[in-house]
Design a binder for this molecule. Structure first.
Ligand code: TYM
Length: 410
């Protein structure tokens, strides 16, 4: 049984039993949990068939790279992987590989949750000194969101500016949007067709839950997200070499790459490796991920200091108790408290974070106080991003999106 068939069977079993059979639902378009603590990631690893990033792997990572792992990895925010060992072995042997990640431009700006995979990708690019390709799936958003093609292209360019502001190295980074790149680079469309020839309708139904009345664009689309995981999609970077790839993303994108991993060896390419992150929660709580479609549950990268303060104070789900007396007596619950979760993602100082966790759990720190700490941590990060974003002109954007050779490695 191939990887895709196994997954299709597992997904079918889940669907047949209904979502009720499990408290969590995760696919590239929807993430929901019935539990206040959010998705049960250990269960998800089992269901998706990936592997946990455990202490031994983190140790190997630090040994190979010669530096401490990023706090997203140390804190289990990137909690799951596929074949990360292989990538570390390549690094150890001085062999080439590249990074691939992406964004589906459905709004003018990114939210804080979108930053997670891009922050780790930037860190990995610096750590490994390898090329990076970033795909903007404006075609996906036209198909799923009923956007006009022209508007999706504009959003892709706006989103690319946010991504560049995170600090990627122009010499090592190629950014492209599908609706324009495919017309300029026949290699991408040719790989899409190769991939589409390997996957049946039944298989994509099993993996993505497509139904008979879904438009045919959706059914064919997964091949467009798979193609950048084949290095021959970028002949101007890799020539005709079959270069392995590592893909950082949140775990909602894994279905695309399970399909890709099944197809790649049949086309003579290595299976893509992945590292998966947990979801940055909605302000309303861990039952859903932060998503651009819900304004009040989202911290956008365009929010002002005042908006950040108001949103966190008004909407961030609290793990505190009903009264101050009760809170002092019983303590708060950091695992469900969104202000604490914000700190877990964005407060880099491990000792300070632990101090806050202990004080909140003991009831020494009140809800208003932990929210204030979250506001003080998030606001400068967003403001700094806005300053950097202003410096990303159309000319800078064009440099990142120009089809060209990249310079990497010593
Ligand atoms: P999109 O635009 O939905 O999301 C972009 C990236 O952000 C991750 N993400 C999150 N991570 C943590 N917490 C959240 N609340 C959160 N919401 C979104 C997503 O997993 C993704 O990594 N189809 C893709 C675009 C794409 C892509 C790729 C993503 C094309 N090629 C390769 C990753 C890797 C999409 O619509 O992502």
């Amino acid at each position: 049984m191939t990887e895709v068939e196994k997954v299709a069977e597992a997904v079918e079993a889940i669907t047949l039993n209904g979502v009720e059979a499990d408290d969590d639902f995760v696919d590239p378009w929807n993430v929901t949990s019935k539990s206040d603590t959010g998705i049960d990631y250990d269960k998800l690893i089992k269901r998706f068939g990936s592997s946990k990033i455990d202490d031994a792997l983190i140790e190997k990572f630090e040994k190979v790279t010669g530096k401490p792992a990023h706090h997203f990895i140390r804190r289990g925010i990137f909690f799951s992987h596929r074949d990360l060992h292989n990538i570390l072995n390549l690094k150890e042997q001085g062999k080439p590989f590249y990074l691939y990640t992406g964004r589906g431009p459905s709004s003018d700006s990114l939210h804080l949750g979108h930053l997670i995979p891009f922050i780790i990708t930037k860190w990995l690019q610096e750590t490994f000194d390898v090329p990076l390709v970033i795909q903007l799936t404006d075609d996906e958003k036209v198909l799923w969101k009923d956007l006009k093609i022209e508007d999706a292209i504009k959003m892709a360019r706006e989103n690319a500016k946010d991504i560049i502001a995170i600090g990627f190295d122009v010499n090592k980074t190629f950014i492209f949007n599908n609706l324009e790149f495919m017309g300029k680079c026949p290699a991408m469309y040719q790989n899409i067709i190769r991939i589409q020839r390997c996957v049946t309708f039944n298989q994509v139904k099993g993996i993505f839950g497509f139904g008979d009345s879904d438009i045919i664009g959706k059914i064919g689309f997964p091949a467009a997200q798979a193609a950048p995981a084949l290095s021959s999609t970028f002949p101007f970077i890799f020539g005709d070499k079959k270069v392995p790839v590592l893909i950082p993303c949140a775990i909602d994108q894994d279905p695309y790459f399970r399909m890709t991993r099944d197809v790649a060896p049949r086309l003579g390419f290595p299976k893509c490796a992945l590292i998966h992150s947990a979801f940055f929660p909605s302000l309303q709580g861990a039952k859903s991920k932060m998503s651009a479609s819900e304004q009040n549950s989202t911290l956008s990268l365009t929010d002002t200091a005042k908006q950040i303060k108001n949103k966190i104070n008004k909407y961030a789900f609290s793990g505190g108790r009903a009264t101050v007396e009760e809170h002092r007596k019983l303590g708060g619950i950091p695992d469900v408290d969104v202000a604490y979760q914000l700190l877990k993602f964005f407060l880099e100082d491990d000792a300070k974070l632990e101090e806050i966790r202990v004080a909140y759990s003991k009831g020494e720190l009140l809800t208003g106080e932990i929210k204030k700490l979250a506001i003080e941590t998030i606001t400068p990060i967003v403001e700094d991003h806005q300053t950097k974003r202003k410096a990303v002109t159309d000319e800078v954007l064009d440099q990142f999106m120009e089809i060209r050779q990249l310079k990497f490695g010593s």
